[in-house]
Design a protein around this ligand. Structure first.
Ligand code: PLP
Length: 390
C-alpha cells in the first residue's frame, strides 16, 4: 500500500506507519534504506538524482521522517534537526530579528528559556514570561514588537494546560505567530494546527522517538515563507538529523498511537494512586478531575499523556531522596521513552531557571511514566515512599 497514490484521507495510526515510508523500488525492501551517505553523485554538474546533492541540504532518510512528521501534525511541511533545541534555534533565527519580542509561558522546559535569554537575549531578542492561562496577563505582556507567543501545553514540569485556540486568536489579533511545543502531548493526543497554531515544535528525543535511543527535534509549519527561512537555517547552519537518527525516529513514530494510549493509562493509574497518598501535597496530572486544566484538556486533547509530577509534603530533602529511591523508575534526565524515568527538575532539567520566574517548586519530582505494567510502577513508587520514611 502506498499513501501517495491514494486520495482517500487516512487516519492517524495509518499515516504514522505509511506516510513517507514507501518501499525501496529497486529491491522491494519494505523498509526504506538508511541513506548513510554524506554526498550524492551527480550526472554532470547540477544533475541531481532525486534532487539530492549533499547531506546537509537533504537526505532521503530525513525526507522520509519530515514527510511522516508533517502528515501526523497536519502541517504542510516539517524540517528535522539534531535536537529539539537545534530545531527551536533554527525557528527563532528564521522568524525573528534583533529588536523583536517574544512572550513565553511561565512553565516551560528550562533549556528553551536558557536558549531565549542567554543566546537570543544578547542577539537583541527580549523575552517576557506570562501565565498563559490568563489572557489578560498575556495581553499585558505583549508589546508592539511581539512577534511570537510560545506555549507548551501540557507544560514541563507542572503540566499546566493552556487554551491553544484562545491564545491563537489573541496572538493573531496582535500580528504575532503562535508556536506550540507539542513534545508532551504529541500529535497522537493533540493537534495544535486544528486549534489555530501557526508552528509546532518537537523534541523528537521524547515520545516521537519513544525509546530513549536518539536525540532529535522538528519544526512543523504551514507558511511557505517561514518554511523557506527554516530550511535555509538547516542548510546554512547544518544542525540536521543524521541519517541513522532520522531512521530511528521514523521507526519510533510508527508505534506512537499505541504507546501514547498506554502511557496515558499508566500515568492515570499512577496519578490516582498518588492523589490518595498523604506524602504528596500536590499531584500535577491533567487527567485528574481536581486538576485546574482538566476540562480544557478533555476538550483539547484525546488523552492526558504520560507525564505526572508530584510535590512531596515533607519538602525538598524528601523530594530529592524520593527521586533517588525508586528501582523501576530510573533516575535520569529526559522523558517519553518506553521505560519509566524519575527526575528532580530543580537540580536537573530546570536547574538553569532556578531564581527566575520559571523556578520549579523545590519539592517537585517529575515522573515520565513508561509502558511497563501499571501495577509494577505503582508498587515501585509505593516502595520508594517506604524507603524514604525509614
Ligand atoms: N521541549 C521540551 C518540552 C522538552 O522537554 C525538551 C527537552 O527536554 C526540549 C524541548 C529540548 O529538546 P532536546 O533535548 O531534544 O534538545
Amino acid at each position: 500500500m502506498s499513501t501517495q497514490h491514494d486520495d482517500t484521507p487516512q487516519h492517524f495510526d495509518t499515516l504514522a506507519i505509511h506516510a513517507g515510508q514507501e518501499f525501496d523500488p529497486t529491491t522491494g525492501a519494505i523498509i526504506p534504506p538508511i541513506y548513510q551517505t554524506s554526498t550524492f553523485v551527480q550526472d554532470g554538474i547540477g544533475g541531481f538524482r532525486g534532487g539530492y546533492e549533499y547531506n546537509r541540504s537533504g537526505n532521503p532518510t530525513r525526507t522520509s521522517l519530515e514527510t511522516q512528521l508533517a502528515a501526523l501534525e497536519g502541517g504542510a511541511h516539517a524540517r528535522s534537526f539534531s535536537s529539539g533545541l537545534a530545531a527551536e534555534d533554527a525557528l527563532l533565527r528564521a522568524a525573528l530579528k534583533p529588536g523583536d519580542h517574544i512572550v513565553i509561558g511561565n512553565d516551560v522546559y528550562g533549556g528553551t528559556y536558557r536558549l531565549l535569554t542567554r543566546i537570543f537575549g544578547p542577539w537583541g531578542i527580549e523575552t517576557t514570561t506570562a501565565e498563559l492561562g490568563d489572557l489578560d496577563a498575556v495581553r499585558a505582556a505583549m508589546r508592539p514588537s511581539t512577534r511570537i507567543v510560545w506555549v507548551e501545553t501540557p507544560s514541563n514540569p507542572l503540566l499546566k494546560i493552556t487554551d491553544v485556540a484562545a491564545l491563537a486568536e489573541l496572538a493573531h489579533g496582535a500580528g504575532a505567530t503562535l508556536v506550540v511545543d507539542n513534545t508532551f502531548a504529541t500529535p497522537a493526543l493533540q493537534r495544535p494546527f486544528e486549534l489555530g497554531a501557526d508552528v509546532v515544535v518537537h523534541s523528537t528525543t521524547k515520545y516521537l522517538g519513544g525509546h530513549s535511543d536518539v536525540l532529535g527535534g522538528a519544526v512543523v509549519l504551514r507558511d511557505d515563507a517561514l518554511l523557506e527561512a527554516v530550511g535555509f537555517q538547516q542548510f546554512a547552519v547544518g544542525a540536521v538529523s543524521a541519517p541513522l537518527d532520522a531512521w530511528l525516529t521514523t521507526r519510533g513514530i510508527k508505534t506512537l498511537g499505541v504507546r501514547m494510549q498506554r502511557h496515558s493509562e499508566n500515568a492515570q493509574a499512577v496519578a490516582e494512586w498518588a492523589a490518595g497518598r498523604a506524602e504528596f501535597e500536590a499531584v500535577y496530572y491533567p487527567g485528574l478531575s481536581s486538576h485546574p486544566g482538566h476540562d480544557l484538556a478533555a476538550r483539547q486533547m484525546t488523552g492526558f499523556g504520560g507525564m505526572v509530577s508530584v510535590g512531596l509534603a515533607a519538602g525538598p530533602a524528601a523530594a530529592r531522596a524520593y527521586a533517588e529511591s525508586t528501582r523501576v523508575f530510573q533516575l535520569a534526565e529526559s522523558l517519553g521513552g518506553v521505560e519509566s524515568l524519575i527526575g528532580y527538575p530543580p537540580d536537573m532539567t530546570h536547574a538553569s531557571v532556578r531564581g527566575t520566574a520559571l523556578a520549579v517548586p523545590e519539592n517537585v519530582v517529575r515522573l515520565s511514566v513508561g509502558i511497563e505494567d501499571a501495577g509494577d510502577l505503582v508498587a515501585d513508587l509505593e516502595a520508594a515512599l517506604g524507603r524514604i520514611a525509614r
